[in-house]
Ligand binder design. Sequence first.
Ligand code: K7E
Ligand code: CUA
Length: 622
Amino acid sequence: MTRTEGRGVKQRGWIVGLIAAGALVVVGILVGTGLLGGSGGAPAANGVAKAMVPPGELDEYYLFASGGHSGQVFVYGVPSMRRIRTIPVFTPDPALGYGYDEKTKEMLGGLTWGDVHHPALSETNGEYDGRWLFVNDNANNRVARINLKTFFTEQILGPVPNIMGPHSACFVTPNTEYLFMGSRFATPIPHGTYAPLEEFSEKYKGVLAAIKIDPETGHMSLAWQLLLPPWSFDLGDAGKKVSDGWHFLTTYNTEEAYETLEVGASARDRDYIVMFNWREAEKAAEEGKYTLIDGVKVIDPVEVPGIVYLMPVAKSPHGVDVSPDGRYIVASGKLQPTVTVYDFEKIQEAIRNGRIAGHERGLPILDYPEVRVAEVEVGLGPLHTQFDDKGYAYTSLFIDSAVVKWKLGEWTVVDKIDVHYNPGHLCAAEGDTVSPDGKWLVSLNKMAKDRYLSVGPSHPESLQLIDISGDKMQLVYEAPVDPEPHYAQMVKADKIRPEVMFMKDPNRPYSVWDVADARIERNGDEVHVYMVAVRSRFVPDRIEVNQGDTVYFHITNTDMDQDISHGFGIPLYDMDVQVEPGETKTVKIVADKPGVFPFYCTNFCSALHQEMQGWLLVKPAQ
Ligand code: K7E
Ligand code: CUA
């Protein structure tokens, strides 16, 4: 306690001192001239300078961090670690009006939260292509797609039948053919089936879903599923290059415990990496080798051999990560101080030569010594691994509160750095691609404790930026983050090409582009308001309806000007949206409360923003 407190105070002292002395520019100059050592006496100062992005300048990378049970995605700039945006995905957000207009309300499907764990950027030939970001909802069996042209959520798929708690998602294949989602919780299937826990081993099922992604539009659809044992599927990673066509999952609870899992799911010495050939599964689906369960083609790999293999792994593994060349599969055994590395060439050889050590639940187990190349002693609590461009791997150590750097092929640890505290995932620049940049690594830490000004009993989590370009890792900067990032994706900023406004489209349904066309139409007790929002008024601004009417507001923002967003909020009707330049949004209320309701622009848009208002007059029913 005092030790870390002392460290915090000391560091603050440093920074205050630097600012007083004429600030970071000085540090930059000193570093530039070599007067201030690289890793010698002033590591903190040197690090801060590296993260410095002067006002008005832009970051080199985007970092997309999952927002965990906030149901959101947090966007940061790297290296400054400035938080740029929160993207609402599974959770309503009045600031953007997400979940209030008809389209996004329907997308949320009545649910108000999700649990985002693993964002995945779309890829072309194993490189991030900057088109879409996919995220999972570990709670409600859903996946979502964010369009990176708009940074808005565009599709939510699910709840997906038969799947329960898809923690093992989203992981995309190298050409974004599929993303896979695997159940963390085995349950009887289809959803709604009852079976007592005592029948866990017979009646409960593990399921993996293959979500097909349309290469043009990014549209996601459920293609097929694999029926698996009632184990907990945890993480995953798609094969690439030599291992393209295969997908790897970690699983725990091969014990099939259903009570006191803390003990019951840790009884055996080994669990498995479950690997499957998705092209073979695709073929089986095409050839009709499936059973329809809740309308889904479910393939039983025991009956269709050649799709699924098991590889023994140190017990209760968590992360599994494929090296950039696709050759090595790295699994972290969170209860053993090692990572286990498999060689894909040896795996192929073992399959070809039928080196099967046995079967579990009818699935073939590859002979462990045949497929494993190394068990690297990394330290306590290894969870997740990332890679650089020089053949090094970086593994987070949850219990040690550290990141360890080790060499692929030599299997030796070369460096270790403390992080604060208890890291989960790591995220390297272009980390999941076939060519990581080897520049920055972000450690997503579960505990921040004393690192920031206290905000009471609920602490923030912490993102720590580490420079991995040299031989020695160097902690450079840190930023607090709301609960709770699990994984993240870091992509070169120039790969993302956002649009600054929506395109004007005169044919868009419900849109009005000229105030002369703005109008109110009544059809029985349904009222449609075709409204223009333009600096600094709503047209029409006087809307008279009868109590009990259903009122649709179709609002088009005709200000085709960057950053001129209008809001539309109605007091006491729980309604607010933001309409971006060139956008049309539809909101609906049932005017069940009589009275006078001034609606107004909720987003500061102009000098006369405060005057941008109108009247909703609801005449009482007699
Ligand atoms: Cu390790 Cu959900 Cu990927 Cu959290 S998970 S850390
Ligand atoms: Cu429009 Cu404020």
